[in-house]
Design a protein around this ligand. Sequence first.
Ligand code: ADP
Ligand code: MG
Length: 714
Amino acid sequence: MIQAAKSKSTKQISEYFGKNVFGPKAMAQYVSKEAIKAVNESRNTGQPMDMKMANQIAEGMKNWAIEKGATHYTHWFQPLRGSTAEKHDSFFEPTGIDTGVELFSGKALVQQEPDASSFPNGGIRNTFEARGYSAWDPSSPAFIMEKASGKTLCIPTVFVAYTGEALDYKAPLIKSTNFLTKAASDVCQYFDPNVKTTKVSLGIEQEYFLIDEELYHKRPDLVFAGRTLVGNMPAKGQQLEDHYFGSIPERIYNYMTDFEKESFKLGIPLKTRHNEVAPGQYECAPMFEEADIAIDHNSLLMDVMQSVASKHKLKVLWHEKPFKGVNGSGKHNNWSLITDTGVNLLSPGHSPQENLQFLTFFINTIKAVHDHADLLRASIATAGNDHRLGANEAPPAIMSVFIGSTLSDVLNRFENAKTDAKPGRVSEKTISVYRIPEILLDNTDRNRTSPFAFTGNKFEFRAVGSSDHCANAIIVLNTIVGEQMKKFKYEVDALIKKKVSKQVAIEKTLIGYIKASKKIIFEGNGYGEEWVKEAAKRGLSNIKTTPYALDAYNKKESQAIFVDNKIYTKKELEARTEIKFEDYVLKIQIEGRILGELAKNYVIPSAVEYQKKLVDSIEGLLRIGHTKAECKAMLDLTKEISKNINAIWSNNAKMTEERRKANLIDHADKKAKAYCDKVKPYFDTIRESADKLEELIGNDVWKLPKYRDLLFLK
Ligand code: ADP
Ligand code: MG
C-alpha cells in the first residue's frame, strides 16, 4: 500500500541506494552462505580464497550482473596516475557458428592480465620482461557501471607485477590501513581490552569547477593541461563572494542530482552539495566510510561525475588551479580511527578515563605530523597542487596542525601538570586536565587556513589537491601515525616494566610528546606573511615546489618507516618516487608546449589581426588628412602590441631552449628540478605578455574564450 502511494518521480534514495553494487544484500540472494563466509574470511585475513568458492561467487556475481543487463566484465584498478583503468571482456562465449553462452569463471574473477605495458611502473617492469596482473580485492564490492551504450560488471582489484611489486594505489593503501589499525588496536588495550580491531574512517570533500563543454574544447590549455595557461581575471571575479552558498543555478542543479543518483546506485553515500567560493566552483561530500572504500568511492565518484557531465554538455575541471586569480580546488580528507566497540578515538569522551584515551590518539597524531611533516608534504606534492599550496587562498606548503583554543588550553594544562611517578597514584591535578567540555564538537574553532586541522572528532587534511588520488596522502598519514603508535606502545611498556603505573606511564610519555612536537601547532592565520617568518623561526619546512618536496620520499628515515613496516619494499618506494618525478616533468613539459602553441597559434595571430585593423585604420585616417598626432592612441597601441608579441616570441624561444636542455638530463629528480627552476618561470613571463594582449585586443578577433565566458555558466 505504502509502495503504491509513492509517486514515481519522487523516488527516495533508500529505494535505489546500492542497487548496482554486489554487496551483502545481493550476495545473500545469489551466493551460498558457505561462499559468503569464504569471502568474509578472505576479506578479514587477506588470504586468497579457494577456487571452488571463487567459482561459486563468480557464478552468482555473473547471474546478478546479467539480470541487471551487464554484458561485459572488467577488473577495475587504480594505476599510478590518478585515474582508474579497465579492460573489458564479454561474458559471451560462442559454442558454435550461431550459438553461445554467457560464462564467468572463478579464475576470471580472481585474476586478469591487462595489457599493462603502458601503465607507469617506475622501472619495475620492463615491457619485454615481466607482465602485470590484476587480482580481485574482496574488501571492496563489485559494481555495475552503467553507460548509455551498455553495462559492465566492474571488479575492484589490486594491480601487481609478476615479480610481486604493487603497481597501483590499492595494495599499499590496504597495507597501511592494516598497519595503523593493528598499532592502534594494540594501544587501545591500555584502555579497553574488549577492543579487537579498529578502522580508519575517511570522509572526502571534493571541490571542482564546472564549465561549458563547448567552450572547454575551444581552449587547448584546458583540454591538454587541465588549466588555463593564459587568461585574464574578469572585472567581476569572486570579490563579491556572492556565489558561495548562494542558490545553485538550475543547469548545475540538474547535473548534480543526476550524478548523485548514479553515485547512490553505486553505493557512494553522498551527503552534501553546495557552491564554493569561486564562480563556477562547487563541492560535494559523502558520509565517511572505511578509508579503503572511501578512496575507491572517491575515484569512482570522479569517473561518474565526469561521465554524467557530458550528458549535460558540461565539463568538470579537477585541476587544483584552473584559473589564475580565482580560488583553487582541494580535496579535504577527514580522517579518524574508530574501534569495533564503536568508539571514535578522536572524539573526546565523557569521563576523564575516556579522555586520556582520546588525548593519546590526538597527541600521537600531532607527534606523527611533527616528526614526518616533510613526508606529509611530499604526499600531496603534484604540479597542480603547487599552484594552490602557499598561494593566498589555500593551506600553505608549511605543514602545521590547528587544534583550536579549547584543546590548546588542555594541552597546556596537561603539559604543566605533575605526574606522580609512584606506582598506582595519579594526582588530582592531572585528572582535571582530562575534563574536556563535551560541547567541543560544535565548539571547535574553524580555521580554513590550516593544512591539517582538528575539527571536533577527526583531523581534516585540507592540503590534498582536488585532482589527486587520496591514497597518496592517506598511505603516508596511516603509516606515520601507525609508526608513532608503535613507538608510543614501546615507550609506555618500557616504563610499565620499570614499575611505573600504566596511567602515569601514558601521561609521562604524552607530556614528553607535547613538549617535543609543540612547534607544529599553529593557531593563527596560515595565509599570512608573518606565519612564513614565524615558521622559519620555529625551524619548520616550507617546501614550495613538488620536485623538492618529493625528496622526502628518498630520505633514509622515510624509506625505513615504509620498508620496516612493510608498506612498500625499497624497490616499490623508489619506483613510485621516480614515477612522481616523471609525472611532474611530463606535466610541466606538456604545459610548456601547449603554452608555446597557444602563443603562436592563437595569441599572436589575434594580436596581428587586430594590429592590422589598427594599421588599416591609421592609414585611412592619414589619407583623409588626420595628423599623426591625432592617430597617437592607435599608433601607441600598435607599438604596445608589437612589444608584447616580441616578448612572447623571445621568451618562448628561451623556454624551448631550457626544455631542450632539461630533456638531456638523465635522472628524473634532477630533470624535474630543472623543469621547475628553469622552464616553469617562463610560464609567468609569457603569460604576462599574453594577458596584456588579451586586455588590449578587440573581443571580435580574440581567438580564445575568455574567463568571463568560462566562469559564468548560463
Ligand atoms: P566540516 O567539518 O568540514 O564543516 P562535516 O562535519 O559535515 O563538515 O564533515 C565533513 C566530512 O567529514 C564528511 O565527509 C563527514 O562524513 C566526515 N566525517 C565526519 N565524521 C568523521 C569521522 N569520525 N571520521 C572521518 N570522517 C568524518
Ligand atoms: Mg571541511
